[in-house]
Design a protein around this ligand. Structure first.
Ligand code: 5AD
Ligand code: SF4
Length: 477
């Protein structure tokens, strides 16, 4: 889901392919007004950033801009950036060098940095990177048309104010590069958790939840437009909470999940990311009650060792995490669980690293996003702890985790051989247009030969006959 997941071949790197994706919507090409301004937007980082780019596109659309896929045609180049690891920032800086060349050729164009790096590096972009005209943080996108107006007059504009309220609830995102079947809905912004390694609370601000009615309305509109799956997005969905200002009624994540599941039985509901400290049995029971809530939980463990978890400020220990997995197994025996893992966090010993390996094995994760620790300036860990595990040790440990996760994923998938799953057809498989692909409830990608008359957006039953660690191969039954 995140930048440069250094995962070895075979493990799912679902969103890796999207890094740097240019978001564009086909229809706009035809509606482009002659002489109208065109913007180009490239996105990096997590799903939340991709969702934000759809909000930006909506705001710019209202202001009379149209999207273009061609850098050469654009009047406004935007890059929606990620700060989560150093590597992500390096990738963005390289892209900025390319935009610098563009700007030399066509001095009239504007270049804007959006997202987490804008927030983190603020004025540095304007002072050091002279090519940047706009620096706009994740809570300031409504101000974009204004800022663009002033930048066109020759100013260099910054708005990196973080908000306690902004949820963009009333903005209907323009679905860019969409398959027309699956969509993401942002349900909250920011994060209050302060995991010691993480820059997100600094770049995306305080946690706030969007009003549930606008979320359900968005899900309903998507369903009416042919979408069949929504993923509710937040840094920590379990701490979603909203109080109705008129009635005082409180809506929890479990309530929201149920409200979304009730939109239509044919609309699948997923969510990400869950936090082990907050995930309640109530959520698991709601999942069990509705067939259309997918039986898949992304529950990052980060480390399998309690001392490291404490240093990470995750506020749970290994026994707590194990007890959450046990609750999932009890209430949702069919559910798959995936994880995020960091190797080589400050002062991690070999023995503590082995606890992470044993956790991967014990928890039976269907897949994981795995990273070596990258110190981020300003975080609690950067201020308090020495980044003292040598890089080659971090990377070696990472490779050990990846190798083990590959084997665990393969084993997980092998158990599916001979089983039949309900799959939502998403489109052609990546390798062949004679095959369709889609996911089962456990979020596993299933590839199968097409059959006359079937099209994306339909549900079919597929029997699995062969697997790799990343994909199930089967036939329609
Ligand atoms: N170094 C390495 N990985 C990190 N993550 C977050 N911050 C860092 C960091 N400083 C990982 C965590 C998190 C995921 C989004 O990215 O595993 O869950
Ligand atoms: Fe970062 Fe922790 Fe918040 Fe996730 S929960 S965004 S890892 S601070």
């Amino acid at each position: 889901m995140y930048d440069n997941n250094p995962t070895l071949e075979g493990v799912k790197t679902i969103d890796e392919a999207r890094q740097g994706q240019v978001l564009f919507r086909e229809q706009w090409d035809h509606t482009a007004v002659a002489g109208g301004k065109q913007f180009y937007i490239e996105s990096y980082g997590c799903q939340m950033n991709f969702s934000d780019s759809e909000i930006v596109a909506s705001i710019l659309g209202e202001a009379g801009f149209t999207a273009t896929r061609n850098l050469e045609d654009s009047d406004l180049i935007l890059i929606n950036t990620c700060s989560i690891r150093e590597k992500a920032e390096e990738t963005v800086r390289k892209r900025l060098r390319v935009f610098e060349l563009m700007k030399k050729q066509r001095p009239g164009i504007l270049v804007g940095v959006l997202g987490c790096m804008a927030e983190r590096l603020k004025k540095q972009f304007l002072e050091e990177e002279k090519l940047v005209d706009l620096v706009v943080g994740p809570d300031a996108y409504r101000d974009l048309p204004n800022l663009i107006g002033s930048a066109e007059e020759g100013g260099r504009m910054v708005n990196v104010l973080l908000s306690r309220e902004e949820t963009y609830a009333d903005i209907s995102p323009v679905r860019l590069e969409s398959n027309g079947i699956t969509a993401f809905i942002s349900i909250m912004r920011g994060c209050d958790n302060m995991c010691s390694f993480c820059v997100v609370p600094f770049t995306r601000g305080r946690e706030r939840s969007r009003d549930p009615f606008s979320i359900v309305a968005e899900a309903t509109a998507l369903f009416e437009n042919g979408y069949r799956e929504v993923t509710l997005l937040g840094q920590n969905v379990d701490s979603y909470k909203w109080t109705n200002p008129e009635t005082g009624e409180r809506v929890s994540f479990a309530n929201l999940l149920e409200m979304t599941a009730l939109v239509h039985p044919d609309l699948r509901v997923r969510f990400s990311t869950s936090h082990p400290k907050d995930m309640t049995d109530e959520v698991l029971h709601v999942m069990a009650r509705y067939d259309n809530i997918c039986k898949y939980i992304h529950l990052p463990v980060q480390s399998g060792n309690s001392r490291i978890l404490e240093r990470m400020n995750r506020t749970y220990d290994r026994p707590w995490y194990e007890q959450r997995i046990a609750a999932i197994r009890r209430i949702l025996p069919e559910a798959a669980v995936s994880s995020d893992i960091i190797t080589g966090f400050c002062s991690e010993t070999e023995e503590e690293h082995r606890d992470t390996l044993s956790m991967v094995e014990w928890a039976d994760f269907s897949m994981s996003f795995m990273f070596f620790y990258s110190e981020r300036p300003g975080t609690l860990a950067a201020r308090k702890y020495a980044d003292d595990v040598p890089e080659e040790v971090k990377k070696r440990r990472l490779n050990e985790v990846i190798r083990l996760q590959n084997a665990v994923s393969l084993r997980h998938n092998q158990r599916d051989i001979g089983r039949t799953f309900r799959v939502l057809i998403e489109g052609n498989s990546r390798k062949s247009d004679r095959d369709f692909c889609g996911r089962n409830t456990q979020n596993k990608m299933v590839v199968f030969p097409k059959k006359e008359g079937l099209k994306p957006g339909e549900y079919i039953w597929v029997k699995v006959r062969e697997v790799s660690s990343a994909t199930l191969l089967g036939e329609i039954v």
